[in-house]
Ligand binder design. Structure first.
Ligand code: 3PG
Length: 209
């Protein structure tokens, strides 16, 4: 599972974080992101139809490497797997959730916001962690500060990033990739402006690690 998730993180510099409530829209959006060079896509379990959106994208856009995000309850692990997600992302990880993710069949990228949380997750076998919410938990300075004391762990900082701040995060030695929703402006998603989202996604895909 460790190698699988590291392989996914290596596919693109940015994991777009998608919150969408319509399966057709989710499919069109996932196609746009994949075609723009962002093949790893996280769909958050934050809408009542999120699982149906994951199912639709898994079926219609099989080239997307699909994550279920905002996984915060153990029962969502199986639901996400059944819907066709290939990995799991949490925004924070309670002890019970951390153990459930460690035992899950699917690989997971659980989140931490502190060194103690990172070490707890590392003890459970996770060495690629989401750092969330990155922007308000110390940002790139936090990542640089933990690189020496926590050398085995790599991070995917997410939360509050945009095209301007992402390069600084990607320059950190312990950052595998970054996550964010900045390439999917709410109004562009609502109006189905795939051209605008495609342009922003291509810019994100061109960022260098
Ligand atoms: C997440 O769940 O990872 C965040 O909602 C993404 O953060 P952003 O919207 O600030 O990019």
């Amino acid at each position: 599972k460790r190698e699988t998730i590291a392989g996914y993180a290596a596919l693109a510099p940015v994991i777009p974080v998608v919150t969408v409530d319509d399966p057709d829209r989710a499919v069109a959006l996932a196609r746009t992101l994949v075609e723009a060079g962002l093949p790893v896509v996280e769909i958050t379990l934050r809408t009542s139809s999120a699982l149906r959106c994951i199912e639709a994208v898994a079926r219609e856009v099989p080239e997307a490497v699909l994550a279920a995000g905002t996984v915060i309850r153990p029962k969502q692990i199986e639901e996400a797997a059944d819907a066709g997600a290939r990995f799991l992302v949490s925004p924070g990880t309670s002890p019970r959730m951390a153990e459930a993710l460690a035992e899950a069949a699917l690989p997971a990228m659980p989140a931490c916001a502190t060194v103690s949380e990172a070490l707890h997750l590392f003890e459970l076998g996770f060495d690629l962690l989401k750092f969330f919410p990155a922007g308000s938990s110390g940002g790139a300075a936090w990542l640089r500060a933990v690189a020496a004391p926590v050398p085995e762990v790599r991070f995917c900082p997410t939360g509050g990033l945009d095209g301007t701040s992402a390069p600084d995060y990607l320059a950190c030695p312990n950052v595998a990739c970054v996550g964010g929703s900045w390439m999917i402006p709410k109004d562009a998603l609502a109006s189905g402006d795939w051209a605008r989202i495609g342009t922003l996604a291509r810019e994100a895909a061109a960022l260098r690690r």
